[in-house]
Design a protein around this ligand. Sequence first.
Ligand SMILES: C[S@@+](CC[C@H](N)C(=O)[O-])C[C@H]1O[C@@H](n2cnc3c(N)ncnc32)[C@H](O)[C@@H]1O
Length: 290
Amino acid sequence: MHTDRTYALADLLPPHIVDGLGEYSLHVPEWAFLPDAWNFTLYQGLRNARLENSDVLEVGCGTGITLLLLHAYFAGIRLTYADIVPQCTELAQANLQENRQENGHRALHGSWNLLRFLGNGIAPEIGPQDAVVACIPQVAVTEAQLQEWGRWIPDWRAHYYDPGDFPDASFNNRGLGLNEELLRQAREILPRGGRIILNLAHRPGPEHIIAMFRTYGFTAVQALSTSMIRQHASTSLRPFMALEDAGAPDFVFYEDETGHRPISAHAAERRRLAKEPIYHKLSAFQAKLS
Ligand SMILES: C[S@@+](CC[C@H](N)C(=O)[O-])C[C@H]1O[C@@H](n2cnc3c(N)ncnc32)[C@H](O)[C@@H]1O
């Protein structure tokens, strides 16, 4: 766990992401997700995404860092944002306000499970969007399981999703059920040609990722950025092992940063527990609704 701190964005992010931007600050309380190399891949991809004068929804806004960057990268962008953890939306709004960037943007307060409002009363309309952006979990596990394994962490929602929320998601067996459900729901607010940008690990096998986009009518799948990153040391890989045990094809991790030595989730978890490094590829994938 990290400490409650306010960062200058230039101290938190690598130069290629913040070069040429003004000075921004980001408050990250102890309970909030602190962005790491995983997220940097998304930010780099977004920088290439040409979202000027667009309506963009971010699902899972966390601290609001992605919103700050999108606002800085693209003139005329109009942002709408939500999170399943209501405190995240408040924090994102406060971070935008602190940097005097809140005008023209819209916080969807309360708890939102993807595009579904979990509160009482009538949900506000999200309205049509040109693009949907998300960097949301790809490890399926319940909160109870995490507690049983002694792996519960305050920002568990940033790392894991409960597959029981989406029992019909056919890509749950690849850890992709939450992202799959977002593809299904995003069709309600995107026009034809509308874009979705998802930060996805290649661990399930890239062919399964492309198949998932196609299943929901998203084509022209393209990687806006790709990195080889070190697997987050605090994310348990037991859910992937359970899927391998249940007969799903092996997941794809690497022993080495160059990607020459692929290993399964079982082998990767042994290395993680031994505090040895493991890696996987990650891309900010963009696709268009056809
Ligand atoms: C990995 S963090 C990324 C946060 C932020 N975009 C960033 O770059 O730092 C994922 C965020 O998605 C949120 N989240 C997880 N499941 C969600 C869901 N079903 N609906 C909406 N948000 C969700 C988490 O609470 C967390 O804030």
